[in-house]
Ligand binder design. Structure first.
Ligand code: MF3
Ligand code: CO
Ligand code: CO
Length: 265
């Protein structure tokens, strides 16, 4: 299958290149984890991500991507996604999503985690838990040749069952030599997703954004990146890069010290 001349189903050497990129991205998450604590600025986290990436000879994909000014995204509390690292000091009670994307030898790894800063509210913990559980429910729901909509079905069922909403404007995506490519991976079922299938050799992300309130988001008028919930409610997200293999989904961006499947926050 060809999408704009780009082969979606990767052969073994390309799958291995994607696995190397994903592995580094997961290691970078484990590196930055120790610094995600009360008192650190999001700008400092960005500097650490940037320097560690360059130290390994790799490239932070966000920097300059469609004009994005930093090397990662840091999305605090009501920020759904695309938060720009700055002088904001993380406070006890905050939740922050750190979204990392690295280019390793021309191939992309992309993953994110939401971190709880100190003691957080019950609602902050619950929405974070829900986003995490949605990611793994979606991974559990897919198999070689399945429909893309199996992802959205699993996520909407779980999130709505807990009284939370699923963001629709931002979606998972194919991943490879481009940051964002085919197929589109919505976290809710739609017509296109019911047609598209995840054949072995396809690399893509699953990255559900879950809001405690309404699903609607608003993009910051000044910086044109930061997306906040319209109602000011909390939002959480987790992301992995996935390779669909002949045996089932393989997580390309594992962490050693991050929350593992079944984790309770
Ligand atoms: N990492 C985000 C994703 O998961 C995209 C960030 S685009 C940027 O797709 F330009 F803000 F970096
Ligand atoms: Co992504
Ligand atoms: Co990402």
């Amino acid at each position: 299958m060809l999408y704009g001349q780009r082969k979606l189903q990767l052969a073994k050497p390309e799958r291995e290149a994607m696995a190397r990129a994903g592995r580094f991205n997961g290691e970078l998450m484990d590196y930055v984890r120790q610094f995600v604590k009360p008192g650190v600025t999001t700008g400092e986290l960005d500097r650490l991500v940037h320097e560690e990436t360059l130290r390994h000879g790799h490239t932070p994909a966000p920097l300059g991507y469609q004009g994005f000014p930093k090397s990662c995204c840091t999305s605090v509390n009501e920020v759904i996604c695309h938060g720009i690292p700055d002088e904001y000091v993380l406070q006890d009670g905050d939740i922050v999503n750190v979204d990392l994307t690295t280019i390793v030898d021309g191939w992309h790894g992309d993953s994110s985690e939401t971190f709880l800063i100190g003691e957080v509210s019950d609602e902050a913990r619950a929405v974070t838990q829900c986003a995490f559980d949605c990611l793994y429910a979606a991974i559990d729901a897919i198999a070689p040749g399945c429909r893309v909509s199996d992802i959205g079905d699993a996520i909407v069922k779980l999130a709505s069952g807990r009284g939370f909403s699923v963001v629709q404007e931002y979606v998972g995506h194919g991943l490879g030599q481009q940051f964002h490519q085919e197929p589109t991976i919505p976290h809710f079922p739609n017509r296109q997703a019911r047609r598209d299938r995840l054949h072995p050799g396809t690399c893509f992300t699953i990255e559900p954004m879950i809001n405690a309130g309404d699903r609607a988001g608003v993009t910051d008028k000044q910086d044109r990146w930061t997306v906040r919930t319209r109602d000011g409610s909390l939002s959480a997200q987790f992301e992995h890069s996935i390779l669909m293999t002949e045996e089932g989904p393989q997580i390309l961006t594992p962490t050693k010290n991050g929350p593992q499947p079944g984790h309770t926050f």
